[in-house]
Design a protein around this ligand. Structure first.
Ligand code: NAP
Length: 496
């Protein structure tokens, strides 16, 4: 990739990656315009400028995509596991071959720094490698009936055509985390990426085409009319499953829609992660863990530390260290060398973070660093540390989705467990302590689907990712991730 002397990719490099992306819908193995020829604009959040226009699907386009997925289902589900594994491995290799171009594309549409975008593509590719392995390990069972009179044969079959809906914050990894197991299991799909970041998904689908995914097996619709396009597909009864990653609010709407035809669902929803630091923790390790848990993706992650509880004896020292590290993170366009914090996704996000910080300050929180959005183009917000944030602050209940670390003191284990669980969410928590007994007690008492013990990042394609309470249903990744796309079939065999 060519760069200027400042290390910023030249506009020629940027234009080249944007130009290379297909701008149409992918339906039945063909790139096609939206039937109405309407387009939607994709913007660069670091400037607000338009990157390009792409097809804006209508409900009719959605139906065509689902028809293609339904038509391809029967033959795809009978391909051999090894064929499906090989497809995934070819796509894995292509993602790595194109990692520089794909990372630049992701940075342009989503804002995250290039190094993080590369990290995401590598993480995204890993779901393909992981599920290539799982494709050839789909198992079953054989059992003698308890009365000895018959046999039970248990097998697993593809669920059927799936609707996969993904958010903007991890534009590629949230796709491969669904597409990987769907392909491995033998399911066809219609994918709907977020309207803010469709380019990474279009590039990914083109890679899947190049890897040899049969026509109709993977289809993509980009649209500004998410509900108008997806609701009829969900209610049609032609799809057998909806796998969604996004907000709890939209997840609830989809669950209601899925109820009509009793569709299988996987729901990866919002988070409100507690990050707990006990006085016996290694302070430097906890600060680094907080930076990782808070600042990945500029704080725009479901796993982001949203409430940082620090034992009262060490909160001032922890706050000083954390704010020194946060203040040193450079903010700017994600394409520039050394930038660690890119823009937020849009003006709505920037306004929400501003409101949440203002509310916490009005309720008595002190600003240790940051705290004010800069003037000028782009949707930037500086790394911010607040201390003495009361539990009544809005940010104690709502996802901040920005680079703001709110510190709240606690007295003892019982108090912090009660505070950590005082939320409708239950995706992930982080616990920093050097006391093994306490670590186990707290990890078991916290109501979250995942716990990071002395670590600020839990995401790993080989581990089961998912939440409890209103953070979701089901798990993605890990050995069990493929089960979300498989139905168990029991065949009773009479012997007498
Ligand atoms: P969102 O507003 O819920 O949107 C997610 C996706 O759903 C987008 O593609 C969106 O399309 C689509 N959508 C919205 N309304 C819909 C409807 N009525 N029918 C069908 N699709 C609809 O969430 P977001 O703002 O993109 O993402 C941020 C949220 O995702 C946060 O809450 C975050 O915690 C959560 N998240 C969770 C995980 C996890 O694994 N648990 C991972 C990442 C993010 P449009 O683009 O048209 O709006």
């Amino acid at each position: 990739m060519s760069t200027t002397s400042q290390g910023r990719p030249s506009s020629a490099a940027e234009t080249k990656v944007v130009d290379a992306v297909p701008k149409q819908l992918y339906v039945g193995g063909r790139w096609v315009d939206a039937e109405s020829h309407v387009t939607l604009d994709v913007l660069d959040p670091s400037t607000g400028a338009m990157l390009c226009s792409i097809a804006d699907a209508s409900p009719a386009d959605g139906r065509a995509a689902l028809d293609a997925a339904v038509a391809a289902q029967a033959s795809f589900s009978t391909t051999s596991p090894r064929e499906r594994a090989d497809l995934l491995m070819r796509a894995f290799d292509l993602l790595h071959e194109r990692i520089d171009e794909l990372a630049l594309l992701m940075t342009l549409e989503m804002g995250k720094p290039l190094a993080e975008a590369k990290g995401e593509i590598s993480y995204a590719a890993e779901f393909f490698r992981h599920f290539a392995g799982e494709a050839v390990r789909i198992d079953g069972g054989y059992q003698v009936a308890p009365n000895g009179g018959g046999r039970f044969l248990v097998s697993k079959q593809a669920v059927g055509p799936c609707l996969l809906i993904t958010p903007w914050n991890f534009p590629m990894a949230m796709g491969t985390r669904k597409i990987g197991p769907a392909l491995a299991a033998g399911c066809t799909s219609v994918i709907k990426p977020a309207h803010q970041t469709p380019l990474s998904m279009l590039a990914l689908v083109d890679i899947l085409r190049e890897a040899g995914v049969p026509d109709g097996v993977v289809n993509v619709v980009t649209t500004t009319r998410a509900n108008d396009v997806m609701e009829p597909l969900i209610r049609s009864g032609q799809a057998r499953k909806v796998s969604f990653t996004g907000s709890t609010k939209v997840g609830k709407v989809l669950l209601e829609q899925c109820a009509e035809k009793v569709l299988r669902t996987s729901m990866e929803l919002g988070g409100n992660a507690p990050f707990i630091v006990f006085e016996d923790a290694d302070m430097d390790e906890a600060v680094e863990g907080a930076i990782a848990a808070k600042m990945r993706n500029m704080g725009e992650a479901c796993t982001a530390a949203n409430r940082i509880y620090v034992q009262q004896e060490i909160i001032e020292a922890f706050g000083a260290k954390l704010s020194e590290r946060m203040a040193a993170l450079s903010v700017g366009r994600g394409t520039e060398d050394g930038v660690r914090v890119g823009p937020l996704i849009d003006d709505v996000a920037q306004r929400k973070v501003t409101e949440l910080v203002d509310d916490a300050v009005a309720q008595g929180a002190r600003v240790l660093t940051g705290g004010t959005a800069p003037d000028g183009e782009g949707y930037f917000y500086p790394p911010t540390v607040l201390i003495d944030v009361p539990r009544t602050a809005r940010m104690a209940d709502e996802e901040i989705f920005g680079p703001v670390a709110p510190l709240t003191p606690f007295k003892d284990e019982a108090e912090v467990i009660e505070a950590a669980n005082d939320t409708e969410f239950g995706l992930v928590s982080y616990v920093f302590t050097n006391d093994l007994r306490r670590a186990v007690r707290v990890a078991e008492a916290i109501e979250t689907g995942m716990v990071g013990l002395n670590q600020g990042v839990v995401s790993n394609p080989a581990a089961p990712f998912g939440g409890v309470k209103q953070s979701g249903l089901g798990r993605e990744g890990g050995a069990i991730g493929i089960d979300e796309f498989l139905e168990v079939k029991y065949i009773g065999i009479a012997l007498a």
